[in-house]
Design a protein around this ligand. Structure first.
Ligand SMILES: Cc1cc2nc3c(=O)[nH]c(=O)nc-3n(C[C@H](O)[C@H](O)[C@H](O)COP(=O)(O)O)c2cc1C
Length: 219
């Protein structure tokens, strides 16, 4: 039995009267999860919609609390870190993390960045040791897989694509997730949403096909 941590991050919902207003990334992730649970009926799912309920931004006091040794933390500091503790616990439980994300301004939505800031935490998800030389940071957890399901209005963000250098979504998620113990990274993209033409339809179709294949591969 595996545990899947499913995190949606788009500000859009999936129950709008007008279908075009619905989040593509959330709809695709829901398809991934449906397919996954059909093949892996015993698995457990932890779900968060941080697009609709974003985690708080970290603050000066939050950072001070993180760097205060556990035995010296005040009740106030513990309370300030409670959400971070919960979110880290969810990551810890997860074998597979499924994140759906829109591309906003060529990167991840603020809610997802806020989630990463809450969960990538010294002493909890990574250690820092200058004895390691130029790369002092190492993850504490290991063996996790991450599936990023993304949607963008434009296209060509893949390696070799016409907007490769403008893509700060997948590469950023991949880099940061290493410090959550992610060792295998997969990305499925739907593109062309803003063009609303046949290329978008084909891109969506390809994304559904890629999801079906990836679920089979990872199950
Ligand atoms: C605030 C905002 C910023 C966006 N920035 C970009 C962008 O930089 N590049 C891009 O290709 N599309 C951009 N888009 C289009 C979205 O990526 C596209 O609508 C996508 O389908 C949104 O994901 P969702 O359908 O899951 O909500 C942006 C949309 C919004 C609302």
């Amino acid at each position: 039995m595996k545990t899947i941590l499913h995190i949606d991050t788009s500000a859009r919902r999936t129950d709008n009267d007008i279908q075009e207003f619905n989040s593509i990334s959330k709809t695709l992730a829901a398809h991934f999860m449906d397919k996954w649970m059909t093949l892996n009926t015993e698995d457990e799912v932890i779900y968060r919609d941080i697009g609709l309920n974003p985690p708080e931004y970290i603050s000066q006091d939050w950072i001070a609390a993180v760097f205060t040794p556990d035995e010296s933390k005040t009740d106030e500091q513990r309370a300030l870190l409670a959400l971070s503790d919960t979110l880290i616990d969810e990551v810890d439980q997860a074998d597979i993390i499924v994140i759906s994300s829109p591309m906003y301004n060529y990167g991840m939505p603020a809610a997802l960045k806020s989630w990463f800031d809450q969960v990538v935490r010294i002493g909890k998800t990574f250690t820092f040791d200058l004895a390691r030389g130029d790369f002092p940071i190492e993850p504490i957890m290991s063996g996790k897989k991450l599936v990023l399901i993304s949607s963008s209005g434009e296209f060509g963000f893949e390696i070799g694509g016409i907007r490769e250098k403008m893509n700060h979504l997948g590469p950023h998620v991949k880099t940061a997730s290493k410090y959550l113990g992610v060792e295998e990274f997969y990305e499925i993209k739907s593109e062309y949403q803003e063009f609303a033409d046949e290329r978008h339809e084909n891109s969506l179709k390809d994304a559904y096909r890629d999801i079906d294949e990836l679920v089979t591969q990872l199950s």
